[in-house]
Design a protein around this ligand. Sequence first.
Ligand SMILES: C[S@@+](CC[C@H](N)C(=O)[O-])C[C@H]1O[C@@H](n2cnc3c(N)ncnc32)[C@H](O)[C@@H]1O
Length: 258
Amino acid sequence: MTGLKTRIIKLLRGRHNSVRYRFYILPREWLIYLFCFRLIGRSWLEFYAWRMNRSAEQSGHKPVPDGYVDDARGHFEFLKAKGLLPHHHILDYGCGFMRTGVFLVPYLNDKHYVGVDISGQRLKSAAELARARNLQDGSYKLIELSSCRLDELDGHQFDYIWAGSVIHHMPEPDIRIFLSNLKRLISGDSQFFFTFTPAEEGRYERRRIKDFYYPVDEMRKICESEGYQFEFADGWEQLGRSDHAVRLVLADGIVNGK
Ligand SMILES: C[S@@+](CC[C@H](N)C(=O)[O-])C[C@H]1O[C@@H](n2cnc3c(N)ncnc32)[C@H](O)[C@@H]1O
């Protein structure tokens, strides 16, 4: 009997974590997205920012677990292995709780770290984490973004851009808007590293509501058609990660977005 019950639950759960998630939480999220956002002309980004803000508020801005923060030391080591030096300027795109930032900020010159996110509440938690880790106020910048056009970053120039576990929360049009606008904030020597889990079986898949899986060829095409050279960056999997890291640089001939 228990075996049969387990099989039925497994069948009902499908690829999801729980039956409740599949038949209650997920449909509810889709309904909120479609009726409270899309139908009235609000974007995916606005929905996702709302979702992140709500989750931060619901958790009461609980301190970020040490283990989760310490796991980001690998991001920092990876970027250093890719040539990041203290005088470089880095953009941490979708910085979340700033767990990569807490390692980057003490290493970099003052104000050379800029963390951006669409969720103001996450940035509030980030500032709290920075205080808990004794980072000096004013030695880093946190900026809330209102769109993928990066208007809030006008006037900045970056040598490195890092996006850890962010791009797969973005639909293709948003990735394109972001990549296109990033060009005005970088130079021919700048490097952009992002992590990426390619779609299984080689076809685009949207899993849950917030996870967009692109096949490698499709992601490469998006990046190349926006004016970047695309290559996988070595050294990431050696950190025991199951996803991949990609390195983008401006394609030959494109300088300052032109
Ligand atoms: C899975 S978390 C990763 C956070 C952080 N990079 C890390 O490694 O801990 C994804 C973060 O990206 C942010 N995000 C999602 N879409 C974004 C977008 N289009 N622009 C900027 N940030 C975004 C989310 O608000 C969230 O904080």
